[in-house]
Structure formats: structure tokens, C-alpha cells
Design a protein around this ligand. Structure first.
Ligand SMILES: *Cc1c(COP(=O)(O)O)cnc(C)c1O
Length: 437
């Protein structure tokens, strides 16, 4: 909501008409961490309130009948340029629009949309692109609910899928794309990197090159979407590496306090318009209260993620040589292989979520988890507090044994998400918990 539309200038819609956004000073382009405090909101439009109020309303008043007609001409496509302004809260609202503007800033995205959860964002994205007979191509593994959505939910409507392993090379990805194309229309290439829970990185540049090689610049060229929940927006920005759409569970690092559930999609306007149309129809938009909480979260995003990343580096360095530790799956420890090369090209930080493999099995993993005093025993990640869980016995309990083994989800695996506590306090906690095994 930063650029006044033609309709704002003629005063024919109720759209707010904010002051022009300050995005530069001289030649200096302001950084996202600066823009998070003011971008997209003009206090003068809200009684001088420094912070945006929560706009609790289901509908918005048109200034006159002609403005109402003009709006619906935009919605229905009778007038080019789409809908303007605020009209009904299933479509948009001030809190959500400010949040979307600020979210887009982090990745320099043309457009951004927010949703009631990460899964409603992902579901709305799929519904925007797929039709019966299509073959979705995706990297594997994916977040379990995303796999369920593709295989079971979309499967019920005649949508098929093919996958390639997260670490695949351009040639391997091309082979899967060719195979998919022979079966049906490929509507979307869907990635998750790092993959959950294996932490394997996807080579987004190789995926884009494979897509271009197989589909040329043909009309049928499928967009590339990627779930960037684990490293975004601070440590990985896939739009710069060839992705068209980026998906978030904002529940995790972006929300960052384990107190809300939300989702986001960012990307090129052409593709986002398709996603917006489905969100408008379904009502998968985020509510204004949670949008307001996320505005607060984004003000400290860089601080929180930076501290969590530094904490994780210290903790992992301490854990790696401990006699009760078998190995650690942490992006900061990759070296001299294909994964390290992808990391060097795509990532600017290793994140704070990693896999700890203890010597032993479920008994040792449970003893460790039960002894933790600071870290909480809970699923999820990206909050201010450190969380730990046992995927084989919890989030991935229903995954068949053979697939668990293939993914490295063994009984001795503990997943840890490091928060912003004092790093040495966390090390003391892990030391005493390892001692309790
Ligand atoms: C949590 C998560 C999701 C789902 O998000 P919700 O906000 O729980 O709906 C999707 N992808 C990844 C990688 C996640 O960690």
C-alpha cells in the first residue's frame, strides 16, 4: 500500500493514501531491518498512532456508488488493473497489507500474500496452479503435511507427482522433468530447502537450469516454488537463484516467539495474481490480530535470527566432539562436497535447526530429552526458546520404516532448534542432559 493508485488520487475508493514511502536516503537503499519499523504505514491516517491499530472490521465503506462499481469492475476483469482498495476482509485488510509489504522487502519480491497458516499458504498455492491430469514435480523429502497434501489430497482429484532427491544434480532433475512431461502437464516445480528433517539442500540454480533446458521459454514453462521456512528470509533468498515463488510457515522464524500460526507466499506479480485469486475465493487470508503480531515480530527478525544462528554455531561446535554424540547434521559443518558448494552459492548462514544423532537408540534419545532443563520438549522451531524433539517417535512416527531409514530418521535422532538464550547456559544444559544418559 505504498504507491497511491490512480483511484486514490481521484478520491474514488476508500483506499488509504499513505505518504510516499522512504526507501532511500541519497543513493543509499535502506536495509530491511530499518524498513521494518515504518514501511507501508502512515501514522497520519490513524490518528497519529505510532503503531498501526488492529483493524477489526469485516467490510469497508465506499465513498460513493461509482467507487463501488469501479472496484467490482476491477475484481471481475471488466476494467484492467484488478481490484483497488479495501472492500471486504476475506480479500484484504490494512494490517495484512502492511505486513505483506514488509515481508516482500526482505526478498525484494514484487508481491507478497499472507495466510492463516503455512499449510493454507501451500494449499492455496497448489490450487492456483494444478488441474486434473497434471504431474507436480517436487524435491524430496518435504514437510510431512505437504507430502500428504500432494499425494493424498490432490491425488483424490487426479493430480499425480514425481520427485527427485533434494541433493540431485541438474542432469538428474532434467531426467525427472522429462519423465513427468511424458505423463502429463507439469504445472509447478515445488522445492523445500533445506529439506525437513534431513537438512539436505536443493540446488535451486540447477533446478532453474533444468526447467529452462526441458521447457525452453515455452508458454508451458512451470514456475518454481520453494519452501524457505528454515533459512529465510535472512540466510537464503531463492528468488535470487531462479525461484519464482517463495513459501513460508511464518509460524517459525518469522513469527519467532512460538505464539502464532501463519503463512506467506512471495514472488513475481504474474504468479502471485493467480494465488491471490484463489485466496480471495477460499478466505485463507491471515486475520488482523495475528498480522499485527507479525509486524512486531518482523521488527526484531534480524536480531533474533542472528543471535539464534550464533548460538547454534557455538552449541554445535561444543557438541560435535562429545563422546556421547555420534554425529551432527548442521549446515555449518558441510565441507568440500556438492552440498557445501550449494551452501556457498545459496546460503549466508547455517540457521539454528539441526539434527543431533546420539550414540545408542530411543532409550538414549529419550533420556537426553527428559533431562533437559532449559530446552523445552516440543515440536516446531524458530522460536526465541530452544526446542528439542525425537522425530522417529513423534512427528515422523507414522512414516513407514523403510522410508524412515532412507531419510536418516533413526531412533537416536534428536531435532533441535536453538533460540536466543545465553549460549553458555544452553551448553551447560546439554552437558548435564548428555551426562544423564
Ligand atoms: C511448519 C512448517 C510448515 C507448515 O506450516 P504451519 O504454519 O504449521 O501450517 C511447512 N513447511 C515447513 C518447512 C515447516 O517447518
Amino acid at each position: 500500500m505504498t504507491e497511491p493508485t490512480e483511484a486514490d488520487l481521484t478520491g474514488t475508493t476508500p483506499r488509504r493514501n499513505p505518504k510516499p514511502a522512504v526507501e532511500t536516503i541519497g543513493n543509499r537503499r535502506l536495509k530491511p531491518s530499518t524498513l521494518m519499523m515504518g514501511h507501508g504505514f502512515d501514522p497520519a491516517l490513524s490518528e497519529g498512532s505510532l503503531k498501526p491499530p488492529v483493524f477489526l472490521t469485516s467490510t469497508f465503506v465506499f465513498p460513493n456508488a461509482a467507487a463501488g462499481k469501479r472496484h467490482f469492475e476491477g475484481v471481475t476483469g471488466k476494467r484492467p488493473g484488478g481490484a483497488e482498495g479495501l472492500v471486504y476482509s476475506r480479500f484484504n485488510g490494512p494490517n495484512q497489507e502492511i505486513l505483506e509489504d514488509r515481508l516482500g522487502v526482505w526478498e525484494d519480491a514484487e508481491d507478497a500474500l499472507t495466510f492463516s497458516s503455512g499449510m493454507s499458504a501451500i494449499g492455496t498455492l497448489f490450487l492456483a496452479f494444478v488441474q486434473p491430469g497434471d504431474v507436480i514435480v517436487h524435491s524430496g523429502p518435504l514437510y510431512a503435511a505437504t507430502e500428504t497434501m500432494i499425494a493424498r489430497l490432490l491425488g483424490k482429484f487426479g493430480v499425480e507427482w514425481l520427485d527427485f532427491p533434494a541433493g540431485a544434480t541438474q542432469n538428474e532433475i532434467e531426467a525427472v522433468l522429462e519423465q513427468a512431461r511424458a505423463k502429463g502437464r507439469v504445472p509447478l516445480i515445488y522445492l523445500e530447502s533445506p529439506a525437513n528433517p534431513t537438512n539436505v539442500l536443493v540446488d535451486v540454480e540447477a533446478v532453474a537450469a533444468a526447467r529452462d533446458a526441458v521447457f525452453g521459454d515455452a508458454e508451458e514453462q512451470p514456475p518454481i516454488a520453494i519452501d524457505n521456512t528454515f533459512l529465510g528470509p535472512l540466510w537464503q533468498q531463492p528468488l535470487k537463484h531462479g525461484a519464482d515463488l517463495v513459501v513460508y510457515s511464518l509460524t517459525k522464524y518469522a513469527g519467532g516467539h512460538s505464539d502464532l500460526v501463519a503463512g506467506g507466499v512471495l514472488g513475481s506479480r504474474k504468479h502471485m495474481d493467480m494465488v491471490r485469486a484463489i485466496r480471495n475465493t477460499l478466505g485463507t487470508i491471515l486475520d488482523p490480530n495475528t498480522a499485527w503480531m507479525l509486524l512486531r515480530s518482523l521488527e526484531t527478525l534480524e536480531l533474533r535470527m542472528t543471535r539464534a544462528g550464533e548460538n547454534a554455531a557455538k552449541v554445535c561446535e561444543w557438541l560435535r566432539d562429545h563422546p556421547k554424540v555420534e554425529r551432527i547434521g548442521y549446515l555449518g559443518f558441510l565441507k568440500d562436497d556438492r552440498q557445501a558448494d550449494i551452501y556457498a552459492r545459496h546460503c549466508t548462514g547455517a540457521g539454528s535447526t539441526f539434527s543431533l544423532y546420539l550414540k545408542g537408540g530411543e532409550r538414549e534419545a529419550f533420556a537426553f530429552l527428559d533431562a533437559l532443563k532449559i530446552a523445552k520438549l516440543a515440536v516446531s522451531l524458530g522460536g526465541t526458546e530452544t526446542l528439542a524433539s525425537a522425530p522417529a517417535a513423534m512427528t515422523h512416527l507414522s512414516v513407514p520404516d523403510a522410508r524412515k531409514a532412507a531419510l536418516g530418521i533413526t531412533d537416536n535422532l534428536v531435532r533441535i532448534s536453538i533460540g536466543v538464550e545465553d549460549a553458555d547456559d544452553l551448553i551447560a544444559d546439554f552437558e548435564q542432559a548428555l551426562g544423564a544418559i
